[in-house]
Design a binder for this molecule. Structure first.
Ligand code: ZN
Length: 375
């Protein structure tokens, strides 16, 4: 038996691997020591054997409720990800495994690797409507890359999409992949009309350092980027600093900040009802966008989600609130589950890369439904 987390986005520590029925593992904390939840490792054993893996510090994680009704994600070929029998008992996440091949990768959610991120940037840049812009460097020296789609014409609306401020929320970049490829399909009438009406500014990965390091929520120096938007700094949060400056240069008419939620088994929006300048126009845009999403994807729902902030009480350090208040525009955090979508359950795969991709594609239709009213 062998366990290794020395891989892209790897995170696990081996405590005891002597007994195949009691393999004891622990999640390493993100830089900053505040968060732990993301795990990702490879396990090798003997084909046909049964193993029981226990993540013994699951009860000390950032979102212990995330382990209820949760099933770990695994893959033999690193293409198809499926769910393993998993239970949460007395603070331990217990995964039962019957090995069908020599090695299996097990993770909190299907990883979206840094190499795949580079593949995505390289694939889209050959499209005539796409320009890649280097915004600056992260603290580990990785590129912050903005994908610009469209000619930047001033009469067009400016749609901004960001993903993976919280790097362990890999579902966000799977969504962006689906959205981008649909947007660049010149046979797709929704995309063609959207590009006649809007410029797109897309940051597929807001936190490449945290992604490679195997963090759930922070960057290389332990900063939670989604609390930095009022006062980003080159020392703590250059990722946000560069994006904020670019947004001020382009303007924003629609913002879609894509995330994953550990606890809730649903796809939902968190709007900006609590920002000081919230008004009837912003409420109407919000209502229309929600109605459009309900129509384009039965994976979306509005019954379950976060409580709405009281009027004027929104936390303006959060990206979607800061953007709504600064640009008086339609601005949302989109949340997808780590678990399954309880409205359309899939016991084999749960919420999956393919479903994220579909939701990214569908999101464009909802954006087309509101684009004429954005400004
Ligand atoms: Zn998040």
């Amino acid at each position: 038996m062998r366990v290794t987390a020395n891989i892209d986005a790897g995170n696990i520590e081996v405590i005891d691997i002597a007994n195949k029925d009691d393999i004891r593992l622990a999640i390493r904390r993100d830089a900053g020591d505040e968060f732990l939840q993301w795990f990702n490792f490879r396990f090798e054993g003997v084909v046909g054997n049964q193993y029981t893996l226990k993540i013994v510090n699951a009860g000390k994680s950032s979102y212990p409720k995330g382990w209820q009704e949760y099933h770990a994600v695994a893959s033999y070929d690193r293409q198809h990800w499926f769910r393993l029998p998993t239970r949460y008992e007395q603070g331990e996440l217990i995964i039962d495994l019957a090995l069908d091949a020599d090695a299996i990768q097990i993770a909190y959610f299907a990883p979206y690797s840094y190499e795949r991120h580079l593949d995505l940037l390289s694939a889209v840049q050959v499209h005539p409507e796409v320009t890649l812009e280097h915004l600056g460097l992260t603290l580990d020296g990785r590129d912050m890359t903005l994908v610009k789609v469209g000619d930047g014409a001033e009469h067009k609306k400016n749609i901004w999409i960001t993903a993976r401020q919280h790097p362990g929320e890999t579902m966000a970049e799977w969504l962006v992949e689906g959205l981008l490829y649909r947007l660049l399909d010149s046979d797709d009438p929704v995309s063609k009309q959207l590009l006649d009406k809007a410029n797109f500014y897309i940051v597929p990965n807001m936190n490449p350092d945290g992604s490679v390091r195997g963090h759930l929520r922070t960057n290389a120096v332990g900063t939670n980027l989604n609390r930095e938007w009022q006062t980003p700094s080159l020392e703590k949060s250059p990722e946000v600093y560069y994006v904020v400056n670019k947004m001020k240069a382009t303007g924003v008419d629609l913002f879609y900040d894509v995330h994953g939620d550990e606890g809730l088994p649903y796809v939902f929006l968190a709007g900006c009802e609590g920002v000081p300048s919230w008004d009837a126009r912003m409420q109407q845009l919000q209502d229309e966008f929600e109605r459009a999403l309900l129509l384009v994807s039965p994976d979306f729902q509005t019954e379950f989600g976060y409580g709405k902030d009281e009027a004027g009480k929104a936390n303006l350090t959060i990206a979607s609130n800061w953007v709504a208040e600064t640009f008086k525009c339609l601005s949302n955090t989109l949340e997808m589950p780590f678990k399954d979508n309880q409205n359309l359950a899939d016991p084999m795969e749960g919420w999956s890369p393919a479903r994220c991709i579909h939701f990214g594609e569908a999101s464009l239709t909802a954006m087309l439904a509101v684009v004429d009213k954005l400004r």
